[in-house]
Design a protein around this ligand. Sequence first.
Ligand code: GUN
Length: 283
Amino acid sequence: MSAQLIEGKKISDSIREEIILEVEKLKQKGVTPGLVVILVGEDPASQVYVRNKAKACEQLGYYSEVVRLPAESTEQELLQLIERYNGQDNVHGILVQLPLPKHIHEKAIIDAISVHKDVDGFHPESVGNLMIGDDALLPCTPSGVIELLKRTGNDPAGKHAVVIGRSNIVGKPVSMLLLRENATVTICHSRTPNLPEMASQADILVVAVGVAKLVKKEWVKPGAVVIDVGMNRLPDGKLCGDVDFDDVLNVAGWVTPVPGGVGPMTITMLMANTLKSAQRSLS
Ligand code: GUN
């Protein structure tokens, strides 16, 4: 039997509808969620991401600013800009698009963003709050993965979740979130022996390694939920994930397509974080 598709676009659309209702309520209290996106330099992929974030703000009725700085801007200039937005009440979220030019220290920039406005969830205090279980702003792609699971009736509680990948942006935080949702979590990575065997023990398999079509049907337990966070470009220009979608389709119970699975969730969770930050500004 063919796996059920986890339709990220549809789920993302329904979350956006929920957000719009909350934004209306907030506006009646005199607050409009505000997001500032800062882009340094002209990386083409980053320009597309930033445009999409601004578009989402427009769709949901947020206040938004996109600040485009030349690639030669200094770290000091960027820090001053962040300081200004940290103190600006109409801005509830600050996102500095990564990667930054090499002469700017990413850590110094992330550390400078107020933890209350850290809608990426990358600040060390946000990461600490995630570990402790405090109600932090959560990193967007990992929280998108959890939403996909919950909204398809795949509650992680009591399940064995295997995460392949240990990045700070996806692997580690998604593992921590799955643990918070009461899954039993195994984290695998490039030095894990018997990767296919480990993966095949998963009820929920999350893959975030950046290797096109790494995961084959032998890696998947029959009926498992397969979440593919990968986004790779093949030599023919087509996009594909870290999972060999066609190969696993007749083994998995559920699977995310690429594109159209996890991808659409990331910006939506960014919008949800900005809303949350705006709601908190009232309390
Ligand atoms: N560059 C690629 N993805 C992201 C992201 O989620 N946040 C930021 N700040 N930069 C990125």
